[in-house]
Ligand binder design. Structure first.
Ligand code: ISJ
Length: 387
Protein backbone atom coordinates (compact mmCIF):
# COMPACT_ATOMS: atom_id res chain seq x y z
CA UNK A 1 0.00 0.00 0.00
CA UNK A 2 1.21 3.49 -0.88
CA UNK A 3 2.39 5.73 1.99
CA UNK A 4 0.57 8.97 2.83
CA UNK A 5 3.48 10.95 1.35
CA UNK A 6 3.24 8.99 -1.90
CA UNK A 7 -0.53 9.50 -2.13
CA UNK A 8 -0.07 13.20 -1.44
CA UNK A 9 2.56 13.35 -4.19
CA UNK A 10 -0.10 12.02 -6.61
CA UNK A 11 -2.46 14.76 -5.45
CA UNK A 12 0.27 17.37 -6.06
CA UNK A 13 0.73 16.06 -9.58
CA UNK A 14 -2.99 16.14 -10.37
CA UNK A 15 -3.32 19.65 -8.96
CA UNK A 16 -0.36 20.80 -11.06
CA UNK A 17 -2.09 19.40 -14.13
CA UNK A 18 -5.25 21.29 -13.14
CA UNK A 19 -3.25 24.52 -12.85
CA UNK A 20 -1.74 23.96 -16.31
CA UNK A 21 -5.23 23.50 -17.69
CA UNK A 22 -6.54 26.62 -15.89
CA UNK A 23 -3.71 28.65 -17.42
CA UNK A 24 -4.43 27.16 -20.85
CA UNK A 25 -8.14 27.99 -20.53
CA UNK A 26 -7.28 31.53 -19.50
CA UNK A 27 -5.03 31.96 -22.56
CA UNK A 28 -7.84 30.71 -24.80
CA UNK A 29 -10.26 33.18 -23.25
CA UNK A 30 -7.96 35.97 -24.50
CA UNK A 31 -8.36 34.51 -28.00
CA UNK A 32 -12.13 34.69 -27.46
CA UNK A 33 -11.75 38.35 -26.44
CA UNK A 34 -9.75 39.14 -29.61
CA UNK A 35 -12.45 37.48 -31.68
CA UNK A 36 -15.18 39.46 -29.91
CA UNK A 37 -13.25 42.69 -30.40
CA UNK A 38 -13.18 42.05 -34.15
CA UNK A 39 -16.86 41.16 -34.36
CA UNK A 40 -17.84 43.75 -31.69
CA UNK A 41 -19.70 41.15 -29.64
CA UNK A 42 -20.16 41.72 -25.90
CA UNK A 43 -17.72 39.91 -23.60
CA UNK A 44 -20.45 38.47 -21.43
CA UNK A 45 -22.62 35.77 -22.99
CA UNK A 46 -24.91 34.45 -20.28
CA UNK A 47 -26.68 32.10 -22.65
CA UNK A 48 -23.36 30.39 -23.49
CA UNK A 49 -22.45 30.26 -19.77
CA UNK A 50 -25.73 28.57 -18.93
CA UNK A 51 -25.37 26.08 -21.78
CA UNK A 52 -21.80 25.27 -20.78
CA UNK A 53 -22.72 24.74 -17.11
CA UNK A 54 -25.62 22.48 -18.07
CA UNK A 55 -23.36 20.49 -20.42
CA UNK A 56 -20.61 20.12 -17.79
CA UNK A 57 -23.11 19.02 -15.14
CA UNK A 58 -24.31 16.32 -17.53
CA UNK A 59 -20.76 15.15 -18.35
CA UNK A 60 -19.76 15.13 -14.67
CA UNK A 61 -22.73 13.12 -13.35
CA UNK A 62 -21.54 9.66 -14.50
CA UNK A 63 -18.12 10.51 -13.00
CA UNK A 64 -19.79 10.90 -9.58
CA UNK A 65 -19.45 14.70 -9.58
CA UNK A 66 -22.56 16.54 -8.41
CA UNK A 67 -24.01 19.39 -10.47
CA UNK A 68 -23.65 21.63 -7.40
CA UNK A 69 -19.91 20.92 -7.16
CA UNK A 70 -19.38 21.48 -10.88
CA UNK A 71 -21.29 24.75 -10.87
CA UNK A 72 -19.34 26.11 -7.90
CA UNK A 73 -15.99 25.38 -9.51
CA UNK A 74 -16.92 26.55 -12.99
CA UNK A 75 -18.60 29.72 -11.82
CA UNK A 76 -15.24 30.75 -10.42
CA UNK A 77 -13.44 29.73 -13.61
CA UNK A 78 -15.91 31.56 -15.85
CA UNK A 79 -15.79 34.63 -13.64
CA UNK A 80 -12.00 34.65 -13.97
CA UNK A 81 -12.30 34.24 -17.73
CA UNK A 82 -14.74 37.17 -18.04
CA UNK A 83 -12.54 39.41 -15.86
CA UNK A 84 -9.44 38.42 -17.87
CA UNK A 85 -11.24 39.30 -21.10
CA UNK A 86 -12.47 42.59 -19.64
CA UNK A 87 -8.93 43.49 -18.64
CA UNK A 88 -7.67 42.66 -22.12
CA UNK A 89 -10.33 44.78 -23.86
CA UNK A 90 -9.77 47.67 -21.44
CA UNK A 91 -6.01 47.57 -22.11
CA UNK A 92 -6.77 47.84 -25.84
CA UNK A 93 -8.81 51.01 -25.47
CA UNK A 94 -6.78 52.57 -22.64
CA UNK A 95 -3.26 51.65 -23.77
CA UNK A 96 -1.76 54.62 -21.95
CA UNK A 97 -2.62 52.97 -18.62
CA UNK A 98 -0.21 50.05 -18.35
CA UNK A 99 -0.70 47.96 -15.25
CA UNK A 100 3.00 47.63 -14.55
CA UNK A 101 5.46 50.12 -13.15
CA UNK A 102 2.78 51.91 -11.19
CA UNK A 103 2.31 53.57 -7.88
CA UNK A 104 -0.59 53.05 -5.52
CA UNK A 105 -1.72 54.63 -2.25
CA UNK A 106 -3.83 52.81 0.35
CA UNK A 107 -4.66 52.92 4.04
CA UNK A 108 -2.19 51.37 6.41
CA UNK A 109 1.27 49.88 6.20
CA UNK A 110 1.85 46.74 4.14
CA UNK A 111 -0.43 43.90 5.21
CA UNK A 112 -3.62 45.95 5.64
CA UNK A 113 -6.65 44.71 3.70
CA UNK A 114 -6.34 47.80 1.51
CA UNK A 115 -2.74 46.92 0.66
CA UNK A 116 -3.75 43.37 -0.26
CA UNK A 117 -6.56 44.73 -2.46
CA UNK A 118 -4.07 47.15 -4.08
CA UNK A 119 -1.80 44.23 -4.98
CA UNK A 120 -4.76 42.34 -6.38
CA UNK A 121 -5.62 45.33 -8.58
CA UNK A 122 -2.12 45.79 -9.93
CA UNK A 123 -1.57 42.07 -10.41
CA UNK A 124 0.83 39.80 -8.67
CA UNK A 125 3.98 41.45 -10.11
CA UNK A 126 4.66 43.55 -7.06
CA UNK A 127 8.33 44.10 -7.78
CA UNK A 128 8.00 47.33 -9.75
CA UNK A 129 5.04 48.80 -7.90
CA UNK A 130 5.56 51.77 -5.65
CA UNK A 131 3.31 51.11 -2.65
CA UNK A 132 2.50 54.06 -0.43
CA UNK A 133 0.83 53.13 2.85
CA UNK A 134 -1.10 56.12 4.25
CA UNK A 135 -2.26 56.93 7.77
CA UNK A 136 -5.70 58.21 6.74
CA UNK A 137 -8.16 58.04 3.85
CA UNK A 138 -7.62 61.76 3.39
CA UNK A 139 -3.93 61.13 2.74
CA UNK A 140 -4.79 58.47 0.13
CA UNK A 141 -6.77 61.12 -1.78
CA UNK A 142 -3.93 63.64 -1.42
CA UNK A 143 -1.28 61.21 -2.72
CA UNK A 144 -3.29 60.72 -5.93
CA UNK A 145 -4.48 64.31 -6.31
CA UNK A 146 -0.89 65.59 -6.03
CA UNK A 147 0.27 63.10 -8.69
CA UNK A 148 2.59 61.32 -6.26
CA UNK A 149 0.65 58.10 -6.86
CA UNK A 150 -1.20 56.97 -9.96
CA UNK A 151 -3.89 55.06 -8.10
CA UNK A 152 -5.62 55.15 -4.74
CA UNK A 153 -7.40 52.07 -3.39
CA UNK A 154 -10.31 52.83 -1.07
CA UNK A 155 -12.68 50.45 0.74
CA UNK A 156 -16.28 51.56 0.31
CA UNK A 157 -18.48 48.76 1.53
CA UNK A 158 -18.24 45.64 3.62
CA UNK A 159 -20.74 42.81 3.47
CA UNK A 160 -21.08 42.70 7.26
CA UNK A 161 -20.66 46.26 8.46
CA UNK A 162 -22.02 48.18 5.46
CA UNK A 163 -20.77 51.37 3.85
CA UNK A 164 -17.58 53.14 4.85
CA UNK A 165 -19.00 56.61 5.29
CA UNK A 166 -15.73 58.47 5.59
CA UNK A 167 -14.72 57.45 2.07
CA UNK A 168 -18.14 58.43 0.69
CA UNK A 169 -17.83 61.85 2.32
CA UNK A 170 -14.34 62.42 0.90
CA UNK A 171 -15.60 61.47 -2.58
CA UNK A 172 -17.91 64.52 -2.47
CA UNK A 173 -14.91 66.85 -2.50
CA UNK A 174 -12.39 65.13 -4.73
CA UNK A 175 -11.57 65.77 -8.37
CA UNK A 176 -10.47 62.12 -8.78
CA UNK A 177 -12.39 59.58 -10.86
CA UNK A 178 -13.29 56.00 -10.03
CA UNK A 179 -11.49 53.85 -12.61
CA UNK A 180 -12.12 50.35 -11.23
CA UNK A 181 -13.92 48.39 -8.55
CA UNK A 182 -12.77 45.20 -6.93
CA UNK A 183 -13.95 42.91 -4.20
CA UNK A 184 -11.55 41.31 -1.79
CA UNK A 185 -12.44 38.35 0.44
CA UNK A 186 -11.90 39.24 4.07
CA UNK A 187 -11.03 36.56 6.60
CA UNK A 188 -10.42 38.12 9.99
CA UNK A 189 -7.94 36.14 12.08
CA UNK A 190 -6.77 36.42 15.65
CA UNK A 191 -3.02 36.96 15.48
CA UNK A 192 -0.50 36.78 18.30
CA UNK A 193 3.25 37.29 18.57
CA UNK A 194 3.82 34.21 20.75
CA UNK A 195 2.12 30.84 21.21
CA UNK A 196 -0.79 31.34 23.61
CA UNK A 197 -4.38 30.39 24.38
CA UNK A 198 -7.50 32.40 23.58
CA UNK A 199 -8.37 32.37 27.31
CA UNK A 200 -5.12 34.18 28.08
CA UNK A 201 -5.87 37.07 25.71
CA UNK A 202 -6.68 40.23 27.66
CA UNK A 203 -6.54 42.86 24.92
CA UNK A 204 -7.33 42.90 21.21
CA UNK A 205 -5.96 45.57 18.90
CA UNK A 206 -7.83 46.23 15.66
CA UNK A 207 -9.25 48.74 13.22
CA UNK A 208 -12.87 49.60 14.19
CA UNK A 209 -14.23 47.93 11.01
CA UNK A 210 -12.84 44.41 11.62
CA UNK A 211 -13.79 44.71 15.30
CA UNK A 212 -17.41 45.55 14.36
CA UNK A 213 -17.46 42.78 11.77
CA UNK A 214 -16.30 40.23 14.38
CA UNK A 215 -18.80 41.29 17.07
CA UNK A 216 -20.38 37.83 17.52
CA UNK A 217 -17.00 36.21 18.12
CA UNK A 218 -15.93 38.97 20.51
CA UNK A 219 -19.19 38.77 22.47
CA UNK A 220 -18.22 35.19 23.34
CA UNK A 221 -15.07 36.56 24.99
CA UNK A 222 -16.42 39.51 26.97
CA UNK A 223 -13.35 39.74 29.22
CA UNK A 224 -11.19 40.92 26.28
CA UNK A 225 -10.58 44.67 26.11
CA UNK A 226 -10.74 46.21 22.62
CA UNK A 227 -8.29 48.89 21.51
CA UNK A 228 -8.92 50.70 18.23
CA UNK A 229 -6.02 51.31 15.84
CA UNK A 230 -5.71 53.38 12.64
CA UNK A 231 -5.37 50.23 10.51
CA UNK A 232 -5.15 46.44 10.78
CA UNK A 233 -1.43 46.61 10.10
CA UNK A 234 -0.95 49.15 12.90
CA UNK A 235 -2.71 46.60 15.17
CA UNK A 236 -0.42 43.80 13.98
CA UNK A 237 2.70 45.96 14.47
CA UNK A 238 1.58 46.81 18.01
CA UNK A 239 1.11 43.13 18.89
CA UNK A 240 4.47 42.24 17.35
CA UNK A 241 6.10 44.95 19.45
CA UNK A 242 4.40 43.85 22.69
CA UNK A 243 5.38 40.18 22.13
CA UNK A 244 2.94 39.29 24.90
CA UNK A 245 0.84 36.12 25.37
CA UNK A 246 -2.01 38.41 26.49
CA UNK A 247 -2.28 40.60 23.36
CA UNK A 248 -3.77 39.77 19.97
CA UNK A 249 -4.51 41.66 16.75
CA UNK A 250 -7.36 41.25 14.30
CA UNK A 251 -6.04 41.01 10.77
CA UNK A 252 -5.65 38.89 7.68
CA UNK A 253 -3.60 35.69 7.58
CA UNK A 254 -1.46 37.26 4.79
CA UNK A 255 -0.87 40.35 6.93
CA UNK A 256 0.00 38.15 9.91
CA UNK A 257 2.61 36.37 7.79
CA UNK A 258 4.20 39.69 6.80
CA UNK A 259 4.64 40.53 10.50
CA UNK A 260 5.61 37.01 11.54
CA UNK A 261 2.51 36.55 13.74
CA UNK A 262 0.84 33.29 14.74
CA UNK A 263 -2.73 32.58 13.63
CA UNK A 264 -4.61 31.66 16.81
CA UNK A 265 -8.06 31.57 15.16
CA UNK A 266 -9.62 32.38 11.79
CA UNK A 267 -13.13 33.00 10.44
CA UNK A 268 -13.90 35.65 13.09
CA UNK A 269 -16.30 37.67 10.92
CA UNK A 270 -20.04 37.46 11.67
CA UNK A 271 -20.72 36.67 8.03
CA UNK A 272 -18.85 33.63 6.69
CA UNK A 273 -18.39 34.94 3.12
CA UNK A 274 -17.26 38.35 4.25
CA UNK A 275 -15.85 40.59 1.53
CA UNK A 276 -15.07 44.25 1.06
CA UNK A 277 -15.69 46.24 -2.09
CA UNK A 278 -13.01 48.74 -3.07
CA UNK A 279 -12.89 51.63 -5.51
CA UNK A 280 -9.71 52.47 -7.36
CA UNK A 281 -9.38 56.20 -8.01
CA UNK A 282 -7.09 58.08 -10.41
CA UNK A 283 -6.67 61.61 -11.73
CA UNK A 284 -7.87 60.72 -15.24
CA UNK A 285 -11.12 58.82 -15.95
CA UNK A 286 -10.95 55.63 -18.01
CA UNK A 287 -12.97 54.81 -21.05
CA UNK A 288 -14.99 51.61 -20.74
CA UNK A 289 -15.51 49.53 -23.86
CA UNK A 290 -19.17 48.99 -24.82
CA UNK A 291 -18.29 45.26 -24.98
CA UNK A 292 -17.58 45.19 -21.26
CA UNK A 293 -20.26 45.32 -18.52
CA UNK A 294 -19.86 48.77 -16.99
CA UNK A 295 -20.96 50.63 -13.89
CA UNK A 296 -21.31 54.37 -13.44
CA UNK A 297 -21.30 56.05 -10.05
CA UNK A 298 -22.60 59.56 -9.50
CA UNK A 299 -23.69 61.76 -6.62
CA UNK A 300 -26.76 63.90 -6.72
CA UNK A 301 -28.68 66.13 -4.40
CA UNK A 302 -32.35 66.45 -5.07
CA UNK A 303 -34.51 69.48 -4.36
CA UNK A 304 -36.47 69.70 -1.09
CA UNK A 305 -39.72 69.31 -3.02
CA UNK A 306 -41.75 66.24 -1.97
CA UNK A 307 -41.14 63.25 -4.21
CA UNK A 308 -38.01 64.73 -5.74
CA UNK A 309 -35.92 61.57 -5.14
CA UNK A 310 -38.66 59.37 -6.58
CA UNK A 311 -38.79 61.60 -9.63
CA UNK A 312 -35.03 61.25 -10.13
CA UNK A 313 -35.18 57.46 -9.80
CA UNK A 314 -38.07 57.31 -12.26
CA UNK A 315 -35.88 59.05 -14.84
CA UNK A 316 -33.41 56.16 -14.53
CA UNK A 317 -36.17 53.58 -14.79
CA UNK A 318 -37.71 55.27 -17.82
CA UNK A 319 -34.36 54.95 -19.58
CA UNK A 320 -34.08 51.27 -18.60
CA UNK A 321 -31.14 51.95 -16.35
CA UNK A 322 -30.69 49.49 -13.52
CA UNK A 323 -29.69 51.03 -10.21
CA UNK A 324 -27.42 48.68 -8.24
CA UNK A 325 -26.88 50.83 -5.13
CA UNK A 326 -28.34 53.91 -3.48
CA UNK A 327 -26.65 55.43 -0.46
CA UNK A 328 -27.55 58.67 1.29
CA UNK A 329 -25.13 60.90 3.18
CA UNK A 330 -25.68 64.24 4.92
CA UNK A 331 -24.26 67.35 3.26
CA UNK A 332 -21.70 68.97 5.59
CA UNK A 333 -22.99 72.31 6.91
CA UNK A 334 -26.44 71.65 5.51
CA UNK A 335 -28.22 69.52 8.10
CA UNK A 336 -31.57 69.21 6.33
CA UNK A 337 -30.30 68.02 3.00
CA UNK A 338 -28.91 64.73 1.81
CA UNK A 339 -26.49 63.74 -0.93
CA UNK A 340 -27.30 60.51 -2.76
CA UNK A 341 -24.65 58.15 -4.10
CA UNK A 342 -25.98 56.15 -7.01
CA UNK A 343 -24.40 53.14 -8.76
CA UNK A 344 -25.99 52.10 -12.03
CA UNK A 345 -25.20 49.16 -14.31
CA UNK A 346 -24.57 51.31 -17.37
CA UNK A 347 -21.79 52.78 -19.45
CA UNK A 348 -21.58 56.55 -19.21
CA UNK A 349 -21.13 56.75 -22.99
CA UNK A 350 -24.33 54.82 -23.57
CA UNK A 351 -27.02 56.87 -25.33
CA UNK A 352 -29.77 56.05 -22.80
CA UNK A 353 -27.43 56.91 -19.95
CA UNK A 354 -26.52 60.25 -21.53
CA UNK A 355 -30.21 61.03 -22.03
CA UNK A 356 -30.96 60.11 -18.40
CA UNK A 357 -28.13 62.33 -17.11
CA UNK A 358 -29.37 65.26 -19.18
CA UNK A 359 -32.88 64.81 -17.83
CA UNK A 360 -31.57 64.49 -14.28
CA UNK A 361 -29.64 67.73 -14.66
CA UNK A 362 -32.86 69.63 -15.18
CA UNK A 363 -34.80 67.75 -12.47
CA UNK A 364 -32.36 67.90 -9.55
CA UNK A 365 -30.18 70.47 -7.84
CA UNK A 366 -26.72 68.96 -8.36
CA UNK A 367 -25.09 65.99 -10.06
CA UNK A 368 -21.45 64.94 -10.24
CA UNK A 369 -20.16 61.89 -12.09
CA UNK A 370 -17.62 60.04 -9.96
CA UNK A 371 -16.62 57.58 -12.66
CA UNK A 372 -17.46 54.86 -15.14
CA UNK A 373 -15.56 51.61 -14.73
CA UNK A 374 -15.73 47.89 -15.65
CA UNK A 375 -18.13 45.99 -13.40
CA UNK A 376 -16.69 43.25 -11.24
CA UNK A 377 -20.14 41.74 -10.65
CA UNK A 378 -19.82 39.11 -13.32
CA UNK A 379 -21.05 36.07 -11.42
CA UNK A 380 -22.15 33.50 -13.98
CA UNK A 381 -25.79 32.50 -14.04
CA UNK A 382 -26.61 29.05 -12.68
CA UNK A 383 -27.99 26.37 -14.87
CA UNK A 384 -31.33 24.93 -13.77
CA UNK A 385 -29.74 21.45 -13.40
CA UNK A 386 -27.88 22.59 -10.29
CA UNK A 387 -31.02 23.60 -8.40
C1 ISJ B 1 -15.21 32.51 -23.15
C2 ISJ B 1 -16.30 33.24 -23.44
O1 ISJ B 1 -16.62 34.46 -22.78
C3 ISJ B 1 -17.30 34.52 -21.53
C4 ISJ B 1 -16.74 33.48 -20.66
C5 ISJ B 1 -17.21 32.19 -20.76
C6 ISJ B 1 -16.37 31.05 -20.26
O2 ISJ B 1 -15.34 31.30 -19.67
O3 ISJ B 1 -16.73 29.89 -20.54
C7 ISJ B 1 -18.47 31.98 -21.35
C8 ISJ B 1 -19.22 32.98 -21.86
C9 ISJ B 1 -18.80 34.40 -21.79
O4 ISJ B 1 -19.52 35.05 -20.77
C10 ISJ B 1 -17.23 32.85 -24.53
O5 ISJ B 1 -18.04 33.68 -24.94
O6 ISJ B 1 -17.14 31.71 -24.98
Amino acid sequence: MATLDEIRQSINEIDTQLLTLFAKRRAISIEVAKNKLLSQRPIRDQHREQELLAYLSQVGRPMGLSAHFIQRIFQLIIEDSVLTQQDFIQQQINPEVPKSNNSVAYLGPLGSYSSLAARKFLGREVSDIKEVGCSSFNQVFQEVESGNCRYGVLPIENMTSGSINEVYDLMQQTSLSIVAELTYPIDHCLLTAVETDINDIEVIYGHPQPITQSSHYLEKHPHIRKVFCDSSSAAMLKVKELASPNAAAIGSAEGGEIYGLIKLASGLANQPDNCTRFWVVAREPVQVSPLVPAKTTFIMSTTQKTGSLVEALLILRNHNINMTKLESRPIPGNPWEEMFYVDVAANLENEEMQAAINELKSAIRYIKILGCYPSEDVHPVTSPTAE
